[in-house]
Design a protein around this ligand. Sequence first.
Ligand code: NAP
Ligand code: ZN
Length: 397
Amino acid sequence: MSRLFMPVKVYEGEDVVINEASTWTKLGRKALIVTGKHSAKANGSLDDVIKALDLNEIPYIIFDKVEENPSVETIMDAVAFAKDEKVEFVVAIGGGSPLDASKSIALMLKHLDWDASNLFVANEDDSHLPLCLIPTTCGTGSEVTGVSVLTRHDLRTKQSISYKIFADIALLDAKYLISLSPKNLKNTAMDAFCHLVESYINSGASVYSRNICMEGFNSFRQILAVLKDERKADMKDYFTLLRTSTYAGMAIAQAGTTIPHGLSYAFTYRLGVEHGKACGYFLAGYLKMACKKWTCNTPEISNQIYDDFKASDEFKTLGEYEVNRILNAAGIKDIPEFEELFIKLCGDVNESESLDTVLNDTVDAVFNNKAKLAMVPFELTREDLVEIAYNMKIEGE
Ligand code: NAP
Ligand code: ZN
């Protein structure tokens, strides 16, 4: 079966926050703006949002305390701050952290009798305040996914809430990316690349989601030279970076993420590794495993691609054929070249003393997560997971 579900209205363009003000300010009569501590003030996005709200005479309050990898405690602080303010919709500005936080906040503001534990208990009622999301990094695609990932200090890891919360409107203006540090730009672009690969090599993939991925790989290729510092980014490149991330978000909204993301959460929590870098660290291992073990045509690749694979003598498995095809579409020759790219973009993490302990623990956590394993289109043993997890450590030695 092939399916596509994308409920978010996406508007893209320079000054879209102002130009589409009459559209998104209709989401309610009072807004809660959710953002991080500094960047939205510095890059002009908060000013644009306030200007648009003022123009349309919509009052607002601002919660600007969302930290990187937002915690459940921050969600509850925001709810306490806004609950008596009669806000009717939420506008979030920033990277994945404020965007993800805003989804949980919009859910909790609709359920004032809930406590934090309700976030992680599946329930029929996913009603939430309307949401408008404005991304200012180029990695998470959160503006078009239903996912809200929170830090759980009680479990010493990160976890998605049990609800799918999609925005009503996403506003994409790449001018906000100009202020991103090179490190954040590269780490978040690596996150987008992981989303593309993980949603492509995924048992929930469909012809639709794979075609979105292929567009994403093509657009990643166009900004590869910028990411490798071979040329300076212009405004067109910033839009391509943002669009790559949104394509990747649309793809994970269909299929989800798999092993690299699953392994990354404890890695980020315990070693402080940025999200995109933490996922990218495990990606080459996942690609190598796909080459070895992805042999069955499940979920079904389009007939043409499968016929082409069978007609070619060059590749032993469907996995080898597909990994080669998607890397090439992204402008990357093979897995070793991807490993070099990862180090160039994100740097090394092998120096941490507790690396082995964290890798072992995160392997156990993923191995016990049957839902995550089921998203992989081939069977994985614990030994396979160890091989994926340790790939870069061995490569780095
Ligand atoms: P982030 O944690 O939102 O932000 C990282 C840093 O970048 C912060 O210091 C932030 O500053 C700064 N920043 C943001 N935009 C900037 C700009 N335009 N110029 C300068 N600095 C800027 O980073 P992220 O990688 O985008 O998000 C990571 C989070 O998203 C993780 O929690 C991850 O789990 C989640 N995620 C969600 C999904 C999903 O489907 N929902 C997918 C992947 C990842 P301020 O704090 O001052 O704003
Ligand atoms: Zn991610």
